[in-house]
Design a protein around this ligand. Structure first.
Ligand SMILES: [Mn+2]
Length: 422
């Protein structure tokens, strides 16, 4: 596909190394990266931008590292002359920085740490090069407290929320200034692209009310999309896993994650965004659909026979799918996994997770003791406990506070599950 101007491909939130209940997803990632390369080559993409959360954890497995390096190496010699990778909240800046200079030799620019001492100049540069510039990129990684503080100077704030908002705003004001200075210096009216890994107000975490695991976490610290004034021709965001525009603005976008990061994020399609940038023109944005290598399906039922029936039906609809079973009935049947093992053997489906899902009313309390705690998800345990104590905690009359407590729990849970606190 021929084009004038400069063509970028925006993606984010790969979470390489992610696994689901101890089931490795390496094969899915292999398939995604092969498809991504195909899209890049077929569409003659000039530069690939990855807006954070390259890896699922701060210490990725060797298999995850190998995927990353072999993919970047495979772009060498293709139309895609430049790659920009920023660190997300899941990434360890040290891990990404360890090979930064080596990757620079492949024209892969890694921005993992805001360099306050050098006034953040490491985040602003021209692509493909200053000698033949076509676009200016402001590549901000996920801004941790230190980076926010150094953007702000000595100013103090009453709440974390205010601190994050003000710090992020100040940071992007600095990047904007640097970009304008660079544009002036290069003597062309170059388009400016921002990369960021954050929650922007006006973004919907999910269309699915059950999506809590990855998508809502951190919502307490969302920043106003006004921090991206129109001087930024395009804003390539990461952090929210569902592809979407922000605050109705075409030019401010989340590409979403290529793979759903759990059953709550199951979807029929993912995408990456092709963006054509040209001096003096509005960006032309085209979503490119990604096929999902493997379906994630939740099967729920109030008793085992209902679940068994649905498993057989699902096998015909989505052969090879990974299944989460949710038992919604009253009472208990012991280990769901053991009960259903034979049924799954007869199918091409894989039982990845089985859990009891309690109803929200209080009638389940009597049977609770009979159940094995391990069959409840941590969120489930927390929700029940909160339901029991909501009056004492003053949450009954204050739904906003209740939502905040739930969000805080999800953040802590995520940090614990990842074995890292960020
Ligand atoms: Mn993410």
């Amino acid at each position: 596909m021929n084009h004038t101007g400069y063509r970028i491909l925006h993606t984010s939130d790969w979470h390489l190394g992610n696994s689901l209940h101890d089931h490795s997803r390496i094969e899915e990632y292999r398939s995604f990266l092969a498809e991504l390369k195909k899209i890049i080559v077929l569409n003659e993409v000039d530069a690939l931008l990855v807006s954070g959360d390259i890896f699922d954890t701060g210490s990725p497995s060797n298999a995850a590292l190998e995927l990353y390096y072999s993919f970047l190496t495979s772009l060498n010699g293709t139309c895609c002359k430049n790659v920009v990778v920023t660190a997300g909240n899941h990434d360890s800046p040290a891990t990404l920085n360890a090979t930064r200079e080596l990757l620079e030799l492949l024209n892969v620019k890694v921005v993992a740490t805001p360099d306050a001492e050098k006034h953040f100049v490491n985040e602003v540069f021209a692509l493909p090069s200053e000698e033949a510039p076509q676009v200016i990129v402001c590549a901000a990684p996920f801004l941790r407290d230190a980076a926010l503080q150094s953007s702000l100077g000595s100013e103090k704030f009453e709440t974390d929320e205010q601190f994050v908002r003000a710090g992020t705003k100040a940071h992007f004001e600095k990047l904007q200034k640097l970009a304008l200075e660079l544009r002036e210096k290069l003597g062309k009216n170059l388009p400016i692209v921002a990369m960021a890994h954050l929650y922007a107000a006006g973004a919907a975490p999910s269309e699915n009310a059950d999506d809590t695991e990855y998508t809502v976490v951190g919502n307490l610290e969302n920043v106003n999309s006004e921090i991206f004034p129109p001087v930024f021709d395009y804003v390539a965001l990461g952090h929210i896993h569902r592809s979407q525009k922000v605050a109705g603005e075409d030019r401010i976008r989340y590409s979403g994650s290529p793979l759903p990061m759990g059953f709550d994020e199951a979807r029929s399609q993912s995408e990456v965004l092709l963006v054509d940038l040209e001096e003096g023109k509005l960006p032309v944005i085209r979503p490119m659909g990604l096929s999902l290598p493997r379906k994630l399906v939740t099967i729920s039922g109030a008793d085992l026979s209902e679940i068994r029936e649905k498993v057989l039906r699902q096998d015909k609809e989505t052969p090879g799918a990974w299944i989460r079973v949710q038992f919604t009935g009253a009472g208990t049947v012991g280990s769901l996994r053991q009960n259903l093992a034979e049924d799954f053997k007869k199918t091409s489906l894989e039982l990845v997770h089985a859990e009891y899902v309690a109803r929200v009313d209080n009638s389940h309390t009597a049977i609770e003791e009979e159940k094995d705690l391990s069959e409840f998800s941590p969120t489930e345990v927390f929700t029940r406990r909160m339901e029991n104590e909501k009056d004492e905690m003053g949450l009954s009359q204050n739904p906003e506070l209740k939502a905040r407590v739930e969000l805080a729990f999800q953040e802590i849970l995520k940090a614990v599950q990842e074995g890292q606190v960020d």
